[in-house]
Design a protein around this ligand. Structure first.
Ligand SMILES: CC(C)(COP(=O)(O)OP(=O)(O)OC[C@H]1O[C@@H](n2cnc3c(N)ncnc32)[C@H](O)[C@@H]1OP(=O)(O)O)[C@@H](O)C(=O)NCCC(=O)NCCS
Length: 210
């Protein structure tokens, strides 16, 4: 791959993405961050160029962006950054760790991030700006909308549907065929055995809405 990227955000998720980009020999121009006093710091060996507006110094056809904003529950900040720069005409690179297994008949949107050891089985659709994090398993025919975060070690059984901006917590499990709405948070370790509506938090085993 011979394009150059700028990473937005300098926290933990960005650090992991930088490792993947280095493994893939992708040229990283630098990082942007909202917090100006972080300038001159480095994350995982990469310099911070300035705040996010620094991106506008580069034309949209000369770089690709990587969304380094992670999420521990709400995915709103991550979504807003993506929408803002997409509206300016920038593209977001897909970042896929070489150890991730993505089977045939999988459709990936733009700016999808699939981290080390994750597995995505046939028939799945992963929407724009979504993260399938370290070691997560997405079984056959799952439909994952935009701006979704499937956190480390989460398991989605076959045919699960997940609405936009939803967060599936670390090590949560979802049984086959369940539909989860938009902007919902499934807590870490939850076991989801029935549909969950939009805009709620669901925790525990079996998962209950709080
Ligand atoms: C659900 C979650 C978002 C917390 O929501 P919150 O509204 O801030 O909840 P609080 O931390 O105030 O806890 C409220 C109650 O829920 C309980 N609780 C919180 N998270 C829980 C979970 N995952 N499972 C079961 N109970 C949980 C708390 O113990 C607390 O119980 P209490 O009222 O009896 O003391 C968070 O705990 C969680 O699981 N986040 C996912 C983390 C993740 O996936 N990280 C990925 C990083 S890559």
């Amino acid at each position: 791959m011979n394009f150059s990227v700028i990473i937005i955000g300098s926290g933990g998720h960005a650090k992991v993405l930088i490792s993947v980009l280095k493994l893939l020999n992708i040229n990283i121009l630098g990082i942007t961050d909202l917090v100006a006093d972080k300038i001159d710091n480095r994350t995982n060996g990469i310099s911070i160029l300035g705040n996010d507006n620094k991106i506008l110094d580069y034309s949209p056809d000369s770089i690709e962006l990587v969304n380094g904003i992670g999420s521990v529950s709400s995915t709103e900040k991550r979504k807003n950054i993506y929408v803002k720069f997409k509206d300016y005409g920038y593209s977001f690179a897909n970042v896929i760790h070489p150890s991730a297994m993505i089977m045939n008949e999988v459709q990936l949107g733009m700016g999808v991030q699939i981290m080390a050891g994750a597995i995505v089985q046939p028939g799945c659709v992963i929407g724009d700006n979504s993260i399938i994090n370290t070691g997560a398993i997405v079984e056959h025919d799952c439909i994952i909308s935009e701006h979704v975060h499937v956190a480390p070690g989460a398991v989605l059984s076959g045919g699960v549907h997940i609405g936009a901006m939803t967060h599936i917590g670390t090590s949560a499990s979802v049984i086959q065929g369940v539909e989860i709405g938009q902007a919902t948070v499934v807590g870490a370790g939850a076991v989801v055995v029935a549909d969950i509506p939009s805009g709620v938090k669901a925790l525990g085993v079996p998962a209950k809405i709080i």
